[in-house]
Design a protein. Structure first.
Ligand code: BV8
Length: 229
């Protein structure tokens, strides 16, 4: 049975109303990455960073999955082989659409992390710097987000899945951020078929054998229908 690994990025959530990073007016046009998505930025101004994630958590809580998320959940339900979603996104739209096999390699807005004892718990809608950890009571709660310079989560599990994949697809990602942008190379090396589904060619488009350009809510359901035929 064919094993499918799907990497998703901010583009899959764009039609659900959540901002991407590098599109016109995207999140990185409103904030400097080093101020809101690095450990140094958090140390320098924890209020700014916690508020940046509070705003995105509130937005994500109100957002609904779109036809692309729904199609990937349908693929997981009906495909005979394994389907793993590796998402760079920190929203929970894949889970809201019913996907169960999801790895959040850059963390998740609905999770809080203790910087001292590494305990994790469901994040309140609004976090504040100095919130106490429910386990060790230290005032060291932080968003459970992988910032630049930090190590993405579950890399061994991801690399193992890529080494066994028959199909690797990337949906809605610009291919700017590593190690995620390098997954297509790993997949190719082990013989997977590689597919890019994006609004426009990503930085790594030349690494993909097959491309489908357009909105994810249109290209992903079509792609899934073909796979399940
Ligand atoms: C690491 C936090 C070591 C959560 C994010 C110099 C100094 C320090 C580090 C580095 C350096 N040079 C390189 C690095 C590594 C660095 C990196 O890659 N930097 C880049 C900028 C050069 N990476 C890291 O630091 C990573 N850690 O390397 O540790 C290591 C590595 C391996 C093993 C062990 C140790 C950590 C990276 C994680 C950083 N955290 N976010 C948050 O705030 O959300 S990254 C951030 O970018 C988001 O997570 C986001 O998901 C990710 C990627 O962006 P995209 O999802 O691709 O979004 P983007 O806006 O770019 O693109 C959207 C795409 O969608 C576009 O192509 C658009 O056309 C398309 N689209 C739009 N609308 C639609 C659509 N497609 C379809 N339909 C639509 N409707």
């Amino acid at each position: 049975m064919s094993k499918i690994v799907i990497l998703t990025g901010a583009g899959i959530s764009a039609e659900s109303g959540l901002g991407t990073f590098r599109d016109e007016g995207g999140l990185w046009a409103q904030h400097r990455i080093e101020d809101v998505a690095t450990p140094e930025g958090f140390a320098r101004n924890p209020n700014l960073v916690v508020d940046f994630y509070n705003a995105r958590r509130a937005q994500a809580a109100e957002a609904s999955p779109n036809a692309a998320h729904d199609a990937l959940a349908r693929l997981e339900r009906h495909h005979k082989g394994e389907v793993l979603i590796v998402t760079q996104n920190v929203d929970d739209l894949h889970e809201k659409a019913g996907s169960q096999n999801v790895v959040h390699m850059h963390g998740a807005l609905n999770s809080a992390l203790c910087a001292r004892c590494e305990n994790r718990w469901p994040a309140p809608l609004r976090m504040a710097p100095g919130d106490a950890c429910p386990s060790c009571a230290a005032p060291s709660a932080r968003p459970d987000i992988v910032w630049f310079g930090e190590i993405p989560y579950q890399m061994e599990r991801i690399e193992a899945a890529l080494s066994r994949a028959n199909i690797f697809a990337a949906v809605g990602t610009s291919g700017n951020v590593y190690p995620a942008a390098g997954f297509v190379q790993l997949a190719r090396m082990t013989g997977a078929r590689t597919v890019e589904l994006n609004l426009e060619p990503s930085v790594t488009v030349s690494d993909f054998e097959e491309t489908h350009f357009g909105k994810a809510s249109e290209t992903v359901p079509k792609w899934v229908d073909n796979l399940l035929r």
